[in-house]
Design a protein around this ligand. Sequence first.
Ligand code: CP
Length: 317
Amino acid sequence: MGMTIPTSLKGKSLIEPSDFSVEETEALFDLADEIIKAPEKYSEICKGRLLATLFYEPSTRTRFSFEAAMLRLGGQVIGFSEPNTSSVAKGESLSDTIRTIECYADLAVIRHHKEGGPKVASLSAGIPVINAGDGGHQHPTQTLTDMLTIRIEKGGFENINIGLCGDLKFGRTAHSFIKALSRYRGVKFALISPEELMIPEYVRKEVLLKNDIPFMEVRRLQDVMPDLDVLYMTRVQRERFFNEEDYIRLKDIYILDAEKMRGARSDMIVLHPLPRVNEIAEEVDHDPRAVYFKQAKNGMYVRMALIMALLGIENPR
Ligand code: CP
C-alpha cells in the first residue's frame, strides 16, 4: 500500500526550504522513492491538471525536470522560457502575470532574476507557487533534489560531513542546501571558497550560528577532502558578478580532477547542481563517486512527488 502524503502540503507554496517541516520533507522523499520503484503507477494520476512554468532566467534541469515530471504524471504544461515572448515585454508586473496564470493553471513554477520574485508572486496567487530559483537567494527544489540523492546514496543526513565548494556567495543552491541540512543532527559543514565568494552573512548568522551548526571556512579544497562524506561543487555564477574581470580572476579557482579525488574517501559522493563550467574535470565523471547526473534524474522524481503533494493528489493504493 502506498504511503500517505501529508494533507498539510495541499495548496502550499514552496519559496524556501523551511516552508516545509522536516516531516513533510521526509514524506516527499518517501513518495519519490515509491515513484522511482514503480513510475507506471503514477502515469495518469494528474490527468486534467495543468502546470505553468514561468522562467525569467535560463534553465535546463529545473524547467525540463518540472515539465517531464508533470507529463509523466499524466498532466499537461504551459509556460514560457523567454519572458519577452509574453506580456512581460509590455511591462506587465509579476503579480498581474500570476493572477492571469492562475485562471488557467493549477500550480506555477517561477524562476526569477530578482531575489524574492517568486515570493511576491505567491502573495498574489490563488494557486501554489514553487520557487525555481530567485536571483542569488534560494533554490528549494534543487535542495530537494540534492537531499534525495544523499538519502539514496548515503542512507540519510545525520552525522554527515559536507563540503560546499566554489561560489558560496551567489550560489543559491548552497544557501537553500545549508538551510535545509541545518535541521539535522550532527551535520557539519566545510565551506570552501575564496574570500570574495564566502557564504553571505545572513546564512552565517541566521542559519549556522543561530542553530549552533559546526562549520569551518577554508580556502583549499585539499585541506578538507579526506574528511568529507559529501562534496558539493558549485559553479562560479558569472551572471551575478558586477564586473567581468572579477569573474575571470575567480572562475577557475577550484577544479576537481582525478588527482584531487585520490585524496577523498572511497565512499565520498560528489554532487553538483549543474550546469558545470570548468569546476569538475570531465575525467571525474567516470568515478563511481560522481553522482551529479543521477542527481539530475532524481530531481524529476522528487518534483513528481512535490506536484502530487501540492495538488493534494492521493498516492494510489
Ligand atoms: N540546477 C539548476 O538549477 O539547473 P538549471 O539552471 O539548468 O535549471
